[in-house]
Ligand binder design. Structure first.
Ligand code: CP
Ligand code: NVA
Length: 301
């Protein structure tokens, strides 16, 4: 695995990366495995967790991270991505990029001699999916569970479909028909699921998608880049809020997850974010441990 552009790139390395993440969390990997290495972090969109966990992760692994907003880079003035990739490859050891267009990340990787990590695009959020798998495994001690993703079938949902199909976890996507996840990714995930035994279902019926589930997952209804259609989205998705009624449909030991940031009163209620069944804060912490595992795997020797 040279890059992590899509969760699909990690299909043969999921167990290894999760194992590493667990070890980093328990401080079982000593020393500074990325000493003298530098990660360039390119941001075209806002970030709290991704930026901080990558920056802190690099520091804890003995390396260095550069925060580069595209407003400050020459990319913002029209320098081609190809040139940026070639130049960066001469200075740093890896590039993490959060981009508006997934195609731009693919292009960056094509011209880059060093590993490129997708830190979120309009299509996928693979680093989030690793933190999510770690959180689910810690809580449930197995992937023999069902995850119900409720709301907008967005980038986070797309990467979770691959993740579920790879580890053999069942996944229900519960959303209105026009908010389904990417059709190509669904098709691929169904194919991978045939091998792993995971069952993937897409439905607009809340009861059907949530009854007896083990993990309820949601994300914002208006992702970065979707602001122009905010009011339509909020109105279309309003029946899909994760609240007490939804939680009551699930298994009584179900956990609730959200990649954050959350909009209280839209996709989730305050009560649920901070209830006993919420795994949201552990999930946010796990971004750091997962990030270190991804960095170690791609930038280590
Ligand atoms: N979950 C996530 O990626 O958060 P940020 O947008 O704050 O990085
Ligand atoms: N789907 C959200 C995730 C933010 C971490 C977005 O793309 O804005």
């Amino acid at each position: 695995m040279k890059h992590l552009l899509s969760m699909e790139d990690a299909k043969d390395h999921v167990d290894e990366i999760l194992d590493l993440a667990g070890k980093f969390k328990k401080n079982e990997i000593p020393g500074e495995p990325l000493a003298k290495k530098t990660l360039a972090m390119v941001f075209q969109k806002a970030s709290t967790r991704t930026r901080i966990s990558f920056e802190v992760g690099m520091y804890q692994l003995g390396g260095n991270a550069l925060y580069l907003s595209t407003d400050d880079l020459q990319i913002g003035r029209g320098e081609p991505i190809e040139d940026t990739a070639k130049v960066m490859s001469r200075y740093v050891d890896g590039i993490m990029i959060r981009a508006k267009e997934h195609q731009d990340v693919l292009k960056l990787s094509k011209y880059s001699d060093i590993p490129v990590i997708n830190g979120l695009t309009n299509l996928e959020h693979p680093c989030q999916a690793f933190a999510d798998l770690l959180t689910i495994y810690e809580s449930k001690k197995s992937f023999d569970v069902t995850l119900s993703y409720v709301g907008d079938g967005n980038n986070v949902c797309n990467s979770l479909l691959f993740a579920s199909a790879f580890v053999g976890m069942n996944m229900n996507v519960v959303c209105p028909p026009q908010y389904r996840p990417d059709a190509e990714i669904v098709k691929k995930a169904l194919k991978y699921a045939e091998n792993s035994g995971s069952k993937i279902k897409i439905t607009d019926d809340l009861e059907e998608g949530i009854k007896g589930t083990d993990v309820i997952y949601t994300d914002v209804w208006v992702s970065m880049g979707d602001e122009g259609e905010a009011s339509k989205r909020i109105s279309d998705l309003k029946g899909y809020q994760v609240n007490k009624n939804i939680l009551n449909l699930a298994n009584e030991k179900a956990i609730v997850m959200h990649c954050l940031p959350a909009i209280r009163g839209q996709e989730i209620t305050e009560e649920i974010i901070n209830c006993d069944q919420s795994a949201i804060w552990d999930q946010a912490e796990n971004r750091l441990h997962a990030q270190k595992a991804i960095l170690y795997k791609l930038l280590g020797k």
